[in-house]
Design a protein around this ligand. Structure first.
Ligand code: SAM
Length: 347
């Protein structure tokens, strides 16, 4: 998957957002020429047929509708994923309700965004689902960023519209000051609230799926797992739980390339300060993906967060990278440099 960063502007200021590095400093909208180049780069080599739009808030781009129309008319593009907080959707029903458009609606709590914005989100969801009948192209998501994070508001929405899936992420703390945190303690601190959320979801036949920073299985005890097994009495859960990564003990982090307005790319937001590349230096998205796999991903399983990871079988057989790679990017870079040095010696 590859995303285009439409603008740095956002109508919200989410406390956890790892795009805060750029967001709202300046509008910095992508130009039509750069947008076209980014699309050609993503779908030009034939390896990808869908494009993600991200930000900031993509719907705040002053030409959002015009750019969407271009994208939807492009025969090479089979799907467009709009990452949005959903608050401005009512301005763009024509393009958002197009059969090629999918929406990942990141639902923030009323405490974080204020009652007024939350009411707009709710009203937009109502129209999108009840009037526009777009439910099958919509996923709701939550970023679990605080050990006491709110989830009741989202549960209510999921239940109201009979969603059976929800996207969840344990946020990666905004780095500079947090890169040296004890990652396992962070996961542990998030666990009680996260599990109480998962219990509520599963009780209601809703299956969570981790997008970013999945909790490693070594941090979940047998007892905790057993408590979830009761939901297997539901036929829906039994038949669908295996489609969710929640039921697997593997943790992978694959490149989700974000292309910025100046046509530099990063492997993902979390690694934005150290994986910047000019897309002009690559023939297409596949070559860039391979580049990131060579310089970052190839070392993901050879680095560890702590001693516990050193002896871990899942890490050794490359089934668990341990969560977000941003925490161990310094180790990854070091290994990469050493590997290059060795290669130079034997060349
Ligand atoms: C930066 S937002 C921009 C798009 C849109 N404004 C939104 O709220 O979805 C894109 C995605 O990044 C994710 N995200 C933001 N901060 C994050 C963090 N600290 N850790 C993990 N995911 C994060 C959110 O889940 C969101 O779906």
């Amino acid at each position: 998957m590859a995303n285009i960063m439409m603008t740095d502007s956002c109508n919200l200021h989410c406390p956890y957002c790892f795009a805060n590095e750029f967001v709202n400093k300046d509008r910095n909208e992508i130009t039509e020429e750069a947008f076209k180049k980014a699309i050609d780069f993503i779908v030009g080599d034939g390896s990808h047929s869908s494009v993600g739009l991200i930000g900031g808030e993509p719907t705040t781009h002053s030409k959002f509708e015009y750019f969407m129309r271009k994208l939807l008319l492009d025969k090479r593009v089979k799907g467009v994923m709009v990452y949005t907080n959903g608050i401005l959707m009512d301005k763009f029903w024509n393009v958002l309700c197009h059969p090629k458009t999918h929406m990942l609606i990141n639902c923030n709590s009323p405490e974080d965004i204020g009652i007024h914005q939350f009411e707009r989100l709710k009203q937009n969801l109502k129209v999108l689902i009840e009037d526009k009948l777009c439910m099958d192209r919509v996923t709701l998501g939550i970023n679990m960023y605080d050990r006491n994070f709110e989830y009741e508001y989202l549960l209510e929405l999921l239940k109201k519209y009979h969603f059976h899936h929800v996207r969840v992420s344990i946020t990666v703390p905004n780095f500079e000051e947090n890169r040296n945190i004890d990652v396992h303690s962070y996961f542990e601190s998030m666990k009680p609230r996260m599990f109480s959320f998962f219990h509520e979801l599963l009780k209601n036949d809703i299956i969570p799926n981790f997008d970013c920073n999945k909790i490693p299985s070594c941090l979940v005890s047998e007892d905790e797992l057993m408590q979830f097994s009761t939901y297997l009495s539901s036929e829906f859960i039994r038949q669908n739980i295996n489609k969710s990564n929640i039921s697997s003990n593997e943790v992978h982090c694959t490149p989700v390339i974000d292309i910025r307005q100046d046509l530099t790319a990063v492997r993902c937001f979390g690694l934005s300060d150290c994986t910047k590349q000019r897309i002009d230096d690559f023939s297409g998205i596949l070559e860039l993906e391979k580049f990131y796999i060579r310089i970052v991903d190839a070392y993901a399983y050879n680095t560890s967060y702590c001693n516990k990871c050193l002896d871990c079988h899942l890490r050794k057989v490359m089934k668990c990278s341990g969560g977000c790679l941003a925490y161990k990017i310094d180790q990854i870079k070091l290994l990469n440099t050493r590997a290059d040095e060795l290669l130079n010696i034997y060349r």
